[in-house]
Design a protein. Structure first.
Lengths: 135, 135, 135, 135
């Protein structure tokens, strides 16, 4: 299953060349993951306590084409792999038919001391339900 | 050769878990590349005209360990490959002996219409002088 | 008349104390002004050319109470004064009944050389229609 | 006495009009206050615990002239008033002789529940030593 979030490219995202400054894309990616936790897992980030959270352990991104101020992006997240203490997702952004970026990343669930800890069972079950069916 | 930049982890970089929010790391990486262009290539970003620039085409990062507010990071950039219209770098950040992230990225030199264009000869020569000697 | 924008407080807005980092509020304010130009004036920021734009000339803000991660803010903009080349607005943010900030600011319409220029007649007319009726 | 911080205008600070996006100025102001606490008060922000901190209660800024990418700013902070639980500062930024912004702001020292609390005596004494001598 695919989780989607719309994002208009705003003034604050753009650099002197008039295109999205790439660190702002990573804020959009984080916003999409945050919305996925809130809307799909029903486990919003704001319910984490102290240092508990889901920091990004690794991320790789291809910026396929630049995005201009005013572009309407559709950002799509797909869960690719669910581990005991982590999960991996693939994310793309399109403006109409044109791909703007593609990302793969891995998040780790950490406890209040920043150490990896197993997903709660209910969350793991929800994550696994998101896995794409094999082709 | 290695280009180094110091960066203290500031309040603005940190999230509710008290560690660097990962999109802020990408701002630090961009600052390091900007300083490399200014100090090593003597071709500061502010001399680009219009849409001319060096957008990041791809980047992959491992966040090896979290950074805390107040940590003193040493960010190091090494040129890995120089192409006709692009170059690739490796970047690491350490706090003391501990690695915090490692990145590989590729930048493309684009003209005022956002199209790849060959490096100026003098810049290409400087970039090639930065290449690590083969072991 | 009042223009309203909803904004959930997200992870990216918050600091190590778990509350909105105040420069992020100014990004929200800018987003609200950008939405006002797009939705009310039907003159989106992305239609500006080159250095043409509406930079903020002055702004004063009281942060009445802190906002927490997950709070749902309602941001409200009211046009207070329309000049030949500028306009002034008042903006507030509330979470439920509680006020979080109040701002007064003045924007100036500048041309491609960054110099103040008169509003287009149609825009000035729209801005004036937004003025609050005298009590 | 005046506390000074240098800040080059970087790519990340600038908007599609090629000038500093005003919320980025507020990040610079916060950086300057953070450096003042670290260097002058010898009480770095990273030593605050939990929600303890010095949030900005009010701030007003005039953006006198735009700053361009590559400009070298000198940001200057002067303590204007020291209260029991707060202090007020004036801050300016110049590029050479030209003023870019002037700010007045008030910070409040809050405890771990976000409530105002009196400055530690040693800090209050240091703040008072910073007060400008009456003319």
């Amino acid at each position: 299953m695919t989780f989607e979030m719309k994002q208009k490219v705003l003034f604050k995202h753009c650099d002197p060349a008039g295109i999205v400054f790439f660190p702002r894309y990573f804020e959009m990616m984080n916003d999409c993951v945050e919305a996925f936790f809130s809307d799909v897992l029903e486990w919003p980030f704001e319910s984490f306590v102290g240092r508990e959270g889901v920091p990004t352990a690794s991320i790789e991104t291809n910026f396929v084409a630049p995005s201009l101020h005013g572009d309407h992006l559709l950002i799509a997240l797909v869960v690719e792999r669910v581990g005991k203490t982590s999960f991996s997702y693939r994310m793309t952004a399109h403006c109409g038919e044109q791909k703007r970026f593609e990302t793969r990343a891995r998040l780790v669930f950490v406890n209040d001391r920043g150490r990896p800890q197993p997903w709660p069972d209910a969350i793991k079950a929800k994550l696994e339900r998101q896995l794409e069916p094999a082709a």
